[in-house]
Design a protein around this ligand. Structure first.
Ligand code: ATP
Ligand code: MG
Length: 325
């Protein structure tokens, strides 16, 4: 039986700015089940980082939670104290950031950093070092005992990201959140990290919430995909449904514009014409309307996220044949 681990329920988050409230997330709803890999994909500025910072409550001071709930194992995280959230981060929920240098302190050896993050575990330092070496081995760092004595700058970017993943897994989290963990790496390293993440997910059984603007990576790694556009979920479904049977024009355009999907050599990569709307001054109706080549009169009203088949949802009037007719 599938068990829901994380449930985002109608979450709306604003940023207070001098220009008024910037509506960064609007009525976001999706689930992550235990042991499942869910990908979040969307263009820059669509709210991916806002969403994960809201989940972890690592938020900018001008962030305002307007509505909704973030339930983890059934408990609403929005009602938890700061101290409870601190215990959760690096405990049941771990995070890997885009830039591994953000994770590692440059003046402390990797070994000491990996011992320090085990502060909650009651074992000797030698045992903690042994655990650290074992985890480096798990993520594919050769000669881990010797490597523990080295500083972050003595590792390549790909290795630093593997170490960040090793550190994130040390608390045996139920949920690993990764915000563009491979974006700073070259394509070969990216493939290696993705393969490693898949193995680790199988061995450790944790769920992964994986954020990326790179569709190929999402297709390779994830079980399910949530497509975001300008602060809203426009479509969600299994990887198969999203890539082979997309139901929202935005998803279709994203797939068409992905370099991995372009068969013929082109001088100029296709892009989606137009710009993401101003979130501090939202247009009426469907958020994608201005850029959509299938827009119609009905789109003056916001289309609801509607269930099309088991686990496949889209927010587009094109899927409401009976209502448009
Ligand atoms: N503290 C803040 N105050 C005001 N606006 C913000 C703040 N943080 C982010 N934003 C705005 O909120 C929107 C969503 O930003 P967010 O960083 O979540 O997007 P993203 O999908 O992670 O983008 P990227 O792919 O570039 O990382 C953007 O319009 C951004 O400019
Ligand atoms: Mg981001």
């Amino acid at each position: 039986m599938t068990e829901t681990l994380l449930e985002i329920d109608n979450l709306s988050v604003d940023y207070e700015t001098a220009r008024g409230d910037l509506k960064a997330l609007r009525d976001i709803s999706f689930d992550v089940n235990r042991g499942e890999i869910v990908g979040i994909v969307g263009e820059s500025g669509c709210g991916k980082s806002t969403l994960i910072s809201a989940i972890l409550r690592l938020i900018a001071p001008n962030t305002r939670f307007r509505n909704g709930a973030i339930r983890f194992k059934g408990d609403d995280l929005l009602t938890r104290t700061e101290e409870q959230m601190r215990a959760l981060r690096g405990g049941d929920i771990s995070i890997v950031f885009q830039d591994p240098m953000q994770t590692h302190n440059p003046v402390i050896t990797i070994g000491k950093q990996m011992v320090d993050i085990q502060h909650r575990v009651k074992i000797s330092k030698a045992e903690k070092l042994a655990t650290a070496a074992r985890m480096l081995g798990v993520v594919g760092i050769p000669d881990p005992e010797a490597r523990l004595k080295q500083y972050p700058h003595e590792f390549s970017g790909g290795m630093r990201q593997r170490i960040a993943i090793a550190m994130a897994l040390m608390s045996e989290p139920d949920l690993l959140i990764a915000d563009e963990p491979t974006t700073a790496l070259d394509a070969t390293l990216e493939v290696q990290i993705i393969e490693r993440l898949k193995d680790l997910q199988r061995d450790f059984g944790c769920a992964i919430l994986f954020i990326s603007h790179h569709l190929g990576v999402i297709a390779e790694l994830c079980d399910r995909v949530v497509v975001m556009y300008a602060g809203a979920v426009v479509e969600s479904g299994t990887v198969r449904e999203i890539f082979h049977n997309p139901k929202h024009p935005y998803t279709r355009r994203l797939i068409e514009c992905d370099p991995g999907h372009i068969k013929t050599r082109a001088r100029v990569l296709p892009t989606i014409p137009g710009e993401v709307p101003d979130l501090a001054n939202l247009p009426e109706g469907c958020i994608f309307r201005e850029r959509c080549d299938q827009a119609m009169a009905r789109c003056a009203q916001v289309p609801p996220l509607t269930r099309l088949s088991e686990g496949h949802n889209a927010a587009c009037w094109l899927n409401h044949a009976e209502e448009i007719a």
